[in-house]
Design a protein around this ligand. Structure first.
Ligand code: PPS
Length: 292
């Protein structure tokens, strides 16, 4: 079943959400002016993007860390290809941070010339598809597919925003040499957030004191971030439910797929993805008790 044109459009082999992106804007990104100090968070959807947004905001902005600044993450770290707030990206102060779901080949040319920094976060695809399925229920910009089996087939066929999970991840990993890039997994962040924060600080050349690192880790933990209106996306435009509940930060766990997928569905994912995944230099964590 093809995705509805009302919600998605395909441009250069990649599916975008109709609300917020146009082919012209995407083409213009090719020559988007990059600063050496820029940082890009790149992900396939539902892999930990807003988590990384919050971590970077906490690392880079003392006022965000100590609570004296009340700036929402989505205002400080906008989406590159979806300029929801009509911001003038050229006018943003350095270091600018952008989030993107773009595949490696549609990113600005100078980013592919190793300018600026990229942090790419991956998550195991079973948790990604389950998180994604729930997300379609709360976002008016996404088509709700109430039958999970159907959604799973769309995901496996790459007929969702972000296209094929496998192509996205393989593309970024196999072109790593073109970028100044740090790879992290959602699961390693979940298992040892402090180490992940230190890795990020090291990559950014940012030195924080022990207390500051502790503060970043504490505020980036799921339960704390969920309560933080600057970080929990409760004011995100396009929420289907408007009862003020934070639905974006849903469960934040590893292995939630086991609560939704049948054995047959899990085997179907294995059948389509497992072999190809062996070529990736990542050890996937499917359950929180797995060793990193
Ligand atoms: S999006 O829409 O593509 O930007 O979504 P994305 O931010 O990439 O992924 C959303 C999932 O990340 C979870 N999340 C977290 N997990 C653990 N700790 C923290 N702090 C955290 N913040 C966000 C969020 O809950 C979504 O996963 P699920 O499994 O649906 O809970």
């Amino acid at each position: 079943m093809e995705p509805s044109k009302e919600y998605l459009f395909n441009h250069k082999g990649f599916y975008f959400v109709t609300q917020g992106a146009t082919p012209e804007n995407i083409d213009a990104l090719e020559t988007f002016e990059i600063r050496d100090s820029d940082i890009f968070i790149a992900t396939f959807p539902k892999s930990g993007t807003v988590w990384m947004q919050n971590i970077l905001n906490l690392i880079l902005h003392e006022g965000h860390r100590n609570g004296t600044e009340d700036v929402e993450n989505m205002d400080r770290i906008p989406w590159l290809e979806y300029n929801f707030r009509n911001m003038d990206y050229a006018a943003l102060p350095s270091p600018r941070v952008f989030a993107t779901h773009l595949p490696y080949y549609l990113t600005p040319r100078d980013l592919r010339n190793k300018r600026a920094r990229v942090i790419y976060v991956t998550r195991n695809p079973k948790d990604v598809v389950v998180s994604y399925y729930h997300f379609t229920k709360i976002m008016s910009s996404l088509e709700e597919v109430s039958d999970f089996s159907l959604f799973l087939e769309r995901f496996l066929a790459g007929k969702v925003m972000g296209s094929s999970w496998m192509d996205h991840v393989t593309g970024w990993y196999s072109h790593a040499q073109d970028f100044n890039i740090l790879f992290l997994t959602y699961e390693e962040m979940k298992k040892d957030l402090r180490s992940a924060v230190l890795k990020i600080c090291n990559f950014l050349g940012k030195q924080l004191s022990e207390e500051e690192v502790e503060s970043v880790v504490r505020q980036a933990m799921f339960e704390n971030m969920r309560k933080d209106p600057r970080a929990n996306y409760e004011k995100m435009p396009g929420h289907r439910e408007e009862d003020g509940k934070c639905l974006f930060l849903r469960k934040g766990t590893v292995g939630d797929w086991k609560n939704l997928m049948t054995v047959a569905q899990s085997e179907r994912v294995d059948e389509v993805l497992k072999k190809k995944m062996e070529s990736l230099p990542i050890k996937f964590i499917w359950d929180i008790s797995d060793k990193v």
